[in-house]
Design a protein around this ligand. Structure first.
Ligand code: KIV
Length: 290
C-alpha cells in the first residue's frame, strides 16, 4: 500500500510511487560502520520541491531541505536572509513528494542561535508544519547545549561543522577549513562536542580530507561529507550542482548531468517553433469529436 497522497481532483497527480517504507532516524544511526568495518554509505541529496523529491526519493536515504535554497531557488546572495517560513513551505512540499527517505529541514540563520528555547520553538514549528522527521543546524561547541536540549525533547538533530555557510561573514568566505593545526583541532573539537550532545548525523562540510576521516573515526554517529572525505559514512551534494544546473562547478562537486545545457537547448527549440508557428502542431490541438 502506498502512503503517497496528492490531490487527485485535478488529475495532475500522475506519478504513482512504488510502495516503500519510510526510513527512520534510528535506522540511519545504525548505518554507521562498526568494529573498524565501514557500514553501508548513506545517500543524501538536497530537495526543495515536491517533484524533485519524487524523483530523488527512491534513490536516497535522506532528503535535506537545505537553506541553500536561498541561493538555488530564490537567487539570494547567501543563506542568511532565508526565513523559517521559506523552510516550512519547502519542507512540506518535500515531505509530500517523498515516501521513503527521511526528510530533514535546515534551521535558518537567526531561528536557533539565541537560546535552546528559541531553537526548540523553531524546530517544533518546522516539524509540525512540514511533517519532516529532523532538523539540521550549523555550529560546533557553542551549539552543543542546544542540540542536547532538542534531543532530550524528541527532536532529532543533524549537526553541521567545518565550513558553515551561515557564518560566512565571520569566516570571510567559503574557503575549505582546517588548513592549519589550530583550525583542524577546532573542527575536531566541534565534531566531538555536537556528536557528544546527541546529534544523530553530522555533516562535515569543506574540510581537509584527513580531518573528515579522523572525525568520522572519533564520533559515534554517522558523518556525511560534502567536500570532505570518502571515509565519511555518507555523502551529500546540492542536487542542482550535481545535475549541472549552474555553470560554475566547485571542486567538491561532481556533475552527473549537464541540465543547464539541455534546458537551454529545449528552450531554444521551443522558442524557434513558436516563432515559426510550428508549435502548437495538430497533435496538441483540441477538435470536437466527429
Ligand atoms: O544547505 C544545504 O544545502 C546544506 C548542505 C549542502 C549540507 O547544508
Amino acid at each position: 500500500m502506498s502512503t503517497y497522497s496528492l490531490d487527485t481532483s485535478t488529475s495532475r497527480a500522475n506519478p504513482s510511487p512504488a510502495p516503500m517504507k519510510r526510513l527512520t532516524v534510528p535506522k540511519l544511526m545504525g548505518m554507521k560502520g562498526k568494529d573498524g568495518k565501514p557500514g553501508q554509505p548513506i545517500v543524501m541529496l538536497t530537495a526543495y520541491t515536491m517533484r524533485m523529491a519524487q524523483l530523488l526519493d527512491p534513490h536516497c536515504d535522506i532528503l535535506l531541505v537545505g537553506d541553500s535554497l536561498g541561493q538555488v531557488i530564490y537567487g539570494l546572495p547567501t543563506t542568511i536572509p532565508v526565513s523559517l517560513e521559506m523552510m516550512c513551505a519547502h519542507g512540506a512540499a518535500v515531505v509530500r513528494g517523498s515516501w521513503h527517505s527521511v526528510v530533514a529541514v535546515d534551521m535558518p540563520f537567526g531561528s536557533y542561535e539565541a537560546s535552546p528555547e528559541k531553537a526548540f520553538e523553531s524546530a517544533a514549528r518546522i516539524l509540525k508544519e512540514t511533517g519532516a522527521a529532523a532538523v539540521k543546524l550549523e555550529g560546533g561547541e557553542a551549539m552543543a547545549p542546544t542540540i542536547a536540549f532538542l534531543n532530550a525533547r524528541g527532536i532529532p538533530v543533524i549537526g553541521h561543522v567545518g565550513l558553515t555557510p551561515q557564518a560566512v561573514n565571520a569566516l570571510g568566505g567559503y574557503r575549505a577549513r582546517g588548513r592549519d593545526e589550530a583550525e583542524a583541532a577546532k573542527i575536531l573539537a566541534d565534531a566531538k562536542a555536537v556528536a557528544g550532545a546527541g546529534c544523530f548525523l553530522l555533516v562535515l562540510e569543506g574540510v581537509m580530507e584527513e580531518i573528515a576521516a579522523e572525525a568520522t573515526r572519533a564520533v559515534a554517529c554517522p558523518t556525511i561529507g560534502i567536500g570532505a572525505s570518502p571515509a565519511c559514512d555518507g555523502q551529500v551534494l546540492v542536487t542542482e550542482d550535481m545535475l549541472g544546473l549552474f555553470e560554475r562547478t566547485p571542486r567538491f562537486v561532481k556533475r552527473y548531468e549537464g541540465l543547464a545545457e539541455r534546458i537551454g537547448a529545449a528552450a531554444s527549440a521551443y522558442a524557434e517553433e513558436v516563432r515559426s508557428r510550428a508549435f502548437p502542431g495538430e497533435e496538441q490541438l483540441y477538435r470536437p469529436a466527429k
